[in-house]
Ligand binder design. Structure first.
Ligand SMILES: Nc1ncnc2c1ncn2[C@@H]1O[C@H](COP(=O)(O)OP(=O)(O)O)[C@@H](O)[C@H]1O
Ligand SMILES: [Mg+2]
Length: 330
């Protein structure tokens, strides 16, 4: 069988650029090299390139996403998407690859765009009216919308979360505790994105569920509990191993695990997800399950949650990535 050419794309244009580079590097290493020709590519702004082992940059021809290395033109059979944030998690590249008819390992352009926008995603998930899933109340502000602090506090309460709606890694996410924090955090979130949301605070444990499809089967991976040593799971806590702890499988009752996995499967199906997706929740003391967000290109570094979830079931990353690639090729 002819070896397939795999483009592992990483980088991107968001605050998650560096972490995506790391995801891409580690995915590229783990992919089965006997089965595939692996090309790690960096995409940043208009610079799309492959860096040869000699550190020479070979730029991608964007007309057909091809690469020419020493006179040889390489076309890709599939794209392994490791770009967190824009343009890999918000549907932009998906639209481009769809037009070129190149398959990829993540959700399609509309699902990616919808889920990347926390406000639209919440609205959609709310519309599913799932009995066992709650969504915290929130207010969406766009651009120069005028807002009334008192109205916000009356409706949402304090503390609350102020978030840039199209972001990740907690960039542009703030906890407002006092009335004075409201205008400051709103302004700070607007620095990151021109749409923001103010969301009710949910007190509880953070649990996350990885889901992937293999043919007709929707598989849920063991749950993870995320414990932050900071006020919440902010950027600093996410990337400093001494400030966060992940427990896999999460120490929860079988019943709670079953409920969360069941919800995650339904969301994966109804949102029409593809590839590996992580659904995040906050579970209150009385075990109400609140939807937090969907990550359609979750972290893939060796320290990231998904690789740990997969390996906790005794499955190698090599086999897991082969499954993702073969599934995208179908
Ligand atoms: N409504 C909320 N109640 C409590 N904590 C929250 C809430 N929203 C966000 N957080 C905290 O902020 C973190 C980042 O928020 P999230 O919406 O997941 O953004 P990101 O996409 O940047 O990860 C969460 O992991 C959680 O610790
Ligand atoms: Mg999150």
């Amino acid at each position: 069988m002819k070896k397939r050419n795999i483009a592992v794309i990483s980088g991107g244009d968001s605050g998650e650029h560096e972490i995506s580079i790391k995801s891409g590097r580690e995915v590229s290493k783990a992919i089965d090299q006997e089965r595939y020709n692996v090309y790690p590519l960096v995409i940043r702004g208009k610079d799309w390139y492959y860096k040869s082992p000699e550190h020479k940059k070979n730029f991608i021809n964007k007309n057909d996403f091809s690469l020419t290395i020493e006179g040889e033109r390489i076309l890709f059979d599939v794209v392994f998407n490791a770009i967190h944030g824009t343009p890999g998690e918000d549907g932009k590249l998906q639209g481009y690859f769809d037009m070129l008819k190149i398959p990829y390992t993540s959700c399609n352009h509309e699902v990616s765009a919808l889920t990347f926008h926390k406000g639209f995603c919440n609205q959609t998930v709310r519309s599913f009216a799932l009995d066992d899933l709650k969504i915290a109340d929130s207010i969406l502000l766009v651009g120069d919308d005028l807002f009334d602090e008192k109205e916000i506090i009356d409706r949402i309460g304090l503390p609350c979360f102020v978030k840039a709606v199209k972001s990740g890694s907690s960039v542009g996410v703030y906890k407002a505790k006092k009335p004075e924090d409201i205008p400051i955090t709103i302004e700070a979130a607007f620095e990151v994105c021109d749409e923001i949301m103010i969301e009710k605070f949910v007190k509880g444990r953070e649990l996350t569920c990885g889901v992937s499809d293999f043919g007709k089967i929707i598989k849920t991976w063991p749950l993870a509990e995320i414990i932050s040593k900071r006020e919440f799971f902010d950027f600093t806590a996410k990337y400093d191993a001494t400030l966060n702890q992940e427990i896999i499988p999460a120490p929860v009752s079988e019943e709670l695990s079953r409920r969360i996995k069941n919800i995650s499967k339904i969301l994966y199906h109804k949102l029409r997800c593809e590839g590996i997706v992580r659904f995040d929740y906050i579970v209150t003391e009385s075990e109400d399950i609140y939807f937090l967000e969907v990550n359609t290109v979750p972290g893939m570094t060796n320290e990231s949650i998904v690789p740990k979830m997969v390996q906790s079931e005794g499955i190698s990353l090599k086999d897991f990535y082969t499954m993702l690639i073969e599934n995208a090729l179908k």
